[in-house]
Design a protein around this ligand. Structure first.
Ligand SMILES: Cc1ncc(COP(=O)(O)O)c(C=O)c1O
Length: 447
C-alpha cells in the first residue's frame, strides 16, 4: 500500500463512504490531472467519466485558471461582502452571471461556497420573500422523490433520497415531495406517450391539497442528477411553470449539475425555455478549481427586500466566504474557457456521439434504459431488458461494474445499478470510444 493510501486509512473520513469497507482495500489517491484524465500516486492514469462529481467541465490542468487565482490572491487574498462592502472579483463575476442568465431574466447574485449553501440560500430567500409580500403563511417547499439538493438541513429536507434523510430526522418542517419524472420506471405505471404528464400534474394536485396560500416554492433540477440522471419528458417543465404561475408559487431551478454546458445548453432549463424565479449554481461554475456557489434571483424577488434600515426587510443570511475573490477569479477564467472553446456546443455534439454508442450497447440483454442530454447520460442495468426486472440490490452490480472499469483505467460512478456519465466536456472522441469498448467487454464477459 502506498504512503498516501496509508494516510487515508489512518486519518481520513470520506463523505458518503462506509469506511469499514475500505480497511482492506486500496484507496484511489489522485495527484494530478490533464484534460479528461487523472493520475494516481502510483502512476496509473484514468479517464474520468465521472467528471469528479459531475463538474470538471473544462477538464484538469488548466494553468490559465491557476494563474488567475494566483494573480488574484497576490493582489487581494480575501475581502468580505457583508455590510455594504465587496471585493472587485465578486462584482465582476456577478455582472457576468447576470449577463449569461439574460434569457432567464435574472437580476441579482448572492454568493456562497457550494451547492448546499446556495440551495439553503434559495429556500430561505423564498420563504422570506412571501413574508415580505405579507403572506408569511406561504412557507412550504415542494420538491421531488429522488431529488438531491445537498446536505445542510434545509437542502436535505428538499432532498428526496430516503437513505440520505433517515439518520438525520426530524428534518425541517414544511417540505413536501411529489413523484419524479422517471419515465423508464414511471411511478404511475404510465407510458410516456399517453401519460398526460401525470408527474407534473401531481404538483398541481399537491399545491391544491396543501392550499396554494401555504406554498412558497417548487425546487427541481432541470435534469435530475443523483436521482439517476433523469431527463424529464418534453412539456414537463412547461407544465410545471404553468402550474406555479397559476398558484403563485416560485420555481427554484437547481442548476448545480446542469449549469454551464453539461447538457449541451448553457443552463439545463433552456431545453424547455424554463424561466425560473431563482437559479442555483455551484460545481461547474468553477469546474472545481475553487469552491463556489451562487443563487440568482429575478428583480421581483430582489425588490421585495428593499426598504429602510429598521423595517426588518434585510436578508439576514450569508456565509463568511461568500464571494471569495479567489473563487470568483477562478469562475471568470473558467467561463472564459467554456465560452472561448465552445464547450457548450462540444457537450451537445459529444453527447450525441456518446448516446449513439450507448444505444448500441442495447444489444446486451442486461442493458435496460439508455438516455442522455448533452454529456449527462445514464445506462440502467437490469436483470432482463424485456421485462425491465431490476437486478437484486444485494448484488450491487453497478458497483461491481465500476470496479471492473477501474481495471480498464476508467473512473465511472454508478447510482445503484445505473451507470452514469458526466465526463469533462473536453473529453476526446477516442476516449469516449475506449469507455464504450470497456463497458462492452465487461457486458460480454457477464455470465
Ligand atoms: C443538483 C445538486 N444540488 C446541490 C448539490 C449540493 O452541492 P454541494 O455538494 O456543493 O453542497 C449537489 C451535489 O451533488 C447536486 O447534485
Amino acid at each position: 500500500m502506498s504512503r498516501l493510501a496509508k494516510k487515508y486509512q489512518n486519518y481520513y473520513w470520506s463523505p458518503f463512504t462506509q469506511m469499514g469497507d475500505l480497511a482492506e482495500k486500496e484507496p484511489l489517491v489522485v495527484v494530478s490531472g490533464d484534460g479528461a484524465t487523472v493520475t494516481t500516486d502510483v502512476g496509473d492514469t484514468y479517464i474520468d467519466v465521472h467528471g469528479a462529481l459531475w463538474l470538471a467541465n473544462v477538464g484538469y490542468g488548466r494553468t490559465e485558471i491557476a494563474d488567475a487565482v494566483y494573480d488574484q490572491m497576490k493582489r487581494l487574498s480575501w475581502f468580505p461582502s457583508f455590510d455594504g462592502m465587496a471585493n472587485d472579483a465578486a462584482l465582476n463575476l456577478a455582472e457576468r452571471l447576470i449577463g449569461l442568465a439574460d434569457r432567464e431574466n435574472m437580476s441579482r447574485v448572492f454568493f456562497s461556497s457550494g451547492g448546499s449553501e446556495a440551495n439553503e440560500t434559495a429556500i430561505k430567500m423564498s420563504r422570506q420573500y412571501w413574508r415580505l409580500k405579507g403572506k408569511a403563511q406561504k412557507y412550504k417547499i415542494i420538491s421531488r422523490h429522488r431529488a438531491y439538493h445537498g446536505v445542510s438541513m434545509g437542502a436535505l429536507s428538499a432532498t428526496g433520497i430516503p437513505e440520505n434523510r433517515k439518520n438525520f430526522e426530524p428534518l425541517v418542517p414544511g417540505f413536501r415531495h411529489i413523484e419524479a419524472p422517471y419515465c423508464y420506471r414511471c411511478p404511475f405505471e404510465l407510458d410516456v406517450e399517453s401519460c398526460g404528464l401525470m408527474c407534473a400534474k401531481e404538483l398541481e394536485r399537491t399545491i391544491e391539497f396543501e392550499d396554494p396560500d401555504t406554498v412558497a416554492a417548487f425546487i427541481g433540477e432541470p435534469v435530475m442528477g443523483a436521482g439517476g440522471m433523469l431527463v424529464p419528458p418534453d412539456g414537463y417543465w412547461q407544465e410545471i411553470r404553468r402550474i406555479c404561475d397559476e398558484h403563485d408559487v416560485l420555481i427554484i431551478a437547481d442548476e448545480v449539475v446542469t449549469g454551464f454546458g453539461r447538457t449541451g445548453t448553457m443552463f439545463g432549463g433552456r431545453h424547455w425555455d424554463l424561466v425560473p424565479d431563482i437559479m442555483v449554481f455551484a460545481k461547474a461554475l468553477t469546474s472545481g478549481y475553487q469552491p463556489l456557489g451562487a443563487t440568482l434571483v429575478n428583480e421581483d424577488i430582489f425588490s421585495a427586500y428593499l426598504g429602510k434600515y429598521g423595517e426588518g426587510k434585510e436578508f439576514l443570511h450569508g456565509t463568511t466566504y461568500a464571494g471569495h475573490p479567489a473563487a470568483c477569479a477562478a469562475a471568470m477564467a473558467n467561463l472564459d474557457i467554456i465560452q472561448r472553446e465552445g464547450l457548450v456546443e462540444q457537450a451537445r455534439e459529444k453527447g450525441e456521439y456518446l448516446l449513439a454508442g450507448l444505444e448500441e450497447l442495447r444489444r446486451f440483454p442486461r442493458v435496460g434504459d439508455v438516455s442522455a442530454l448533452g454529456l449527462m447520460a445514464r445506462l440502467e442495468l437490469v436483470e432482463d431488458a424485456d421485462t425491465r426486472a431490476p437486478l437484486p440490490p444485494a448484488d450491487r452490480t453497478g458497483s461491481a461494474v465500476s470496479e471492473k472499469l477501474l481495471d480498464h483505467n476508467i473512473i465511472l460512478r454508478p447510482l445503484g445499478d445505473t451507470l452514469t456519465f458526466s465526463p469533462p466536456l473536453v473529453i476526446e472522441y477516442e476516449q469516449i470510444d475506449r469507455v464504450l469498448e470497456a463497458i462492452g467487454a465487461i457486458l460480454t464477459d457477464w455470465k
